[in-house]
Design a protein around this ligand. Structure first.
Ligand SMILES: Cc1cc2nc3c(=O)[nH]c(=O)nc-3n(C[C@H](O)[C@H](O)[C@H](O)COP(=O)(O)OP(=O)(O)OC[C@H]3O[C@@H](n4cnc5c(N)ncnc54)[C@H](O)[C@@H]3O)c2cc1C
Length: 453
């Protein structure tokens, strides 16, 4: 849709062929009554009808520097609100650590920083670093480390109010004035899991502040759609992409199987590679080989409707709890705070064996497995979560994967009059911003050619 919008602005006439009955592709927001048709199952969304009860089964967050996407939001008037990745009041959980008890992120983070700061202070004070530090450097770094880790005047770490207080520490603790015992750094870093998850929001694309459209991610797709809708042919499944003497020919079928043909000077192919691999074409052998070998993630999401026990009982408002069980993440809604119910994402699996295991399960088994694993973190889920629904992206027709995981090369160049685009062919795979940037690159290729550049 980005390519069509901007090409139209440049004076080109465009036609979009979209296999489904609505536009947006992976930008899928589920609400009451929506239906999820995977290749071998069908689910219907049983959430209550309510503007806050939606599930972004695909994209959910936008980095503050995804400026092309955010620019369209500004232009289209799509209202944005904050999205929280890093909630210090959310938890980390591993069945094999701390007797399987979830640990509140603030405590792990405070103790990790305290331990690192104490260790480095000790080394500096013992002149144990190879690097030569002046006395002024040492004093400055020691002062910074005292702040960084909340060390005492002797540069020791023995706990901090930053970690919360004793007495129901997973809700913040109520015995202010007393400190929680400091955990030793050595004990915290034995598990790669803690380190990895505590660092998640350090990533350039995951840093606070993140954003989300109010009302669901598909608000953006709908805004795009309304601007190009006159040029979209819905339920037009492309079955062949051919080269002609002076351009391209695309064959597509409607729902009844009736074929139509469209001839054009250029064709921008944004079909995900696993789907494209099954479509008859005249691409070069090198383009075909790269399409056939392109790997996609086996991302899976599972969501429930539930009364907001996480807010009422645990003071968790948005953000992510991490677990090293297959379900990987529990996401709390970042909107509709303190309403009676909300949509809880009970599992968000990026990829790997866990993603494949969940993809292979029938939807009912995904719900049962998510309920069992998520209940190890929040026992309330077993009795209070209902109306579960899941999306396994490798089983979604016209997608067949979460996001591209191969490094593109040949597909970045046009094959005669056929140009390729999509998130998988960008420097930001797995992001909407990447899909937009790849559309810009496709447009550049066409415009340069028309200008004889
Ligand atoms: C679980 C998950 C989480 C994500 N999280 C985020 C996030 O938080 N933030 C973010 O910015 N991005 C996120 N993404 C990535 C984002 O969704 C994608 O990068 C982006 O939507 C891809 O856009 P696209 O146009 O390249 O592909 P798509 O959206 O897949 O569009 C391809 C289109 O081609 C159509 N099509 C396929 N086959 C045919 C055919 N034969 N004939 C006609 N039409 C066809 C499809 O129906 C679809 O409309 C996430 C993705 C997933 C799956």
């Amino acid at each position: 849709m980005t390519a069509a919008l901007e090409m139209t602005r440049l004076g080109y006439a465009c036609t979009l062929l979209e296999a489904r009955g609505s536009a947006g592709g992976r930008v899928l927001t589920l609400r009451a009554g929506d239906v999820v048709n995977e290749v071998d199952s069908s689910q219907s969304c049983q959430f209550d009808f309510d503007e806050d009860l939606y599930f972004n089964a695909g994209p959910s967050r936008i980095a503050q520097h995804h400026e092309s996407l955010l620019g369209y939001c500004r232009e289209f008037g799509v209202k944005l609100e904050a999205f929280t990745n890093d909630n210090r009041g959310a938890w980390l959980h591993s069945p094999g650590a701390f007797d399987g008890q979830p640990q509140v992120a603030r405590r792990l983070l405070a103790d990790t920083r305290g331990g690192i700061a104490e260790l480095l202070s000790t080394a500096i004070n013992q002149d144990a670093l190879d690097q030569a530090l002046t006395e002024a450097d040492k004093a400055n770094i020691l002062a910074m480390l005292r702040q960084f880790g909340d060390l005492d005047i002797n540069n020791s770490y023995s706990g901090t109010p930053r970690a919360g207080f004793p007495g129901q520490e997973n809700v913040g603790g109520r015995q202010r004035g007393e400190l929680l015992p400091a955990r030793r750094l050595q004990d915290l870093v034995t598990e790669f899991f803690w380190e990895l998850r505590l660092s998640f929001s350090q990533g350039f694309d995951q840093q606070p502040v993140m954003l989300q459209p109010a009302g669901g991610m598909d608000r953006i797709a709908r805004a795009f759609e309304s601007r190009v809708v006159d040029d979209i042919v819905f339920e037009a499944e492309v079955t062949e992409v051919r080269k002609t003497a002076d351009g391209t020919r695309v064959i597509y079928e409607d729902r009844s199987g009736t074929s139509s043909t469209l001839e054009a000077d250029y064709c921008i192919v944004t079909i995900p590679a696993p789907v494209l691999a099954g479509i008859a074409n005249d691409f070069s052998a090198a383009h075909q080989a790269e399409i056939a070998g392109f790997q996609y993630s086996s991302a899976v999401r599972v969501a429930f409707q539930a009364p907001r026990f996480w807010e009422r009982e645990h003071n968790i408002y948005g953000g992510i709890t991490w677990t090293d069980q297959d379900i990987t993440q529990i996401w709390y809604p970042n909107h509709g705070f303190q309403r009676e119910t909300g949509i809880l994402v009970g599992a968000y699996i990026f990829d790997g064996a866990a993603g494949n295991r969940f993809t292979d399960m029938p939807p009912a088994t995904r719900i049962d497995t998510t309920t069992a694993q998520a209940s190890n973190v929040h026992p309330q889920i077993r009795d209070q979560a209902s109306n579960g629904i899941s999306v396994a992206w490798k089983k979604m027709p016209f997608q067949r994967g979460g996001w591209g995981m191969s490094n593109p090369s040949v597909l970045l160049t046009a094959d005669d009059s056929i140009v390729f685009a999509g998130e998988h062919l960008s420097i930001l795979p797995g992001w909407q911003e990447g899909a937009i940037l790849s559309a810009y690159s496709a447009i550049d290729q066409i415009v340069d050619r028309d200008r004889g550049a």
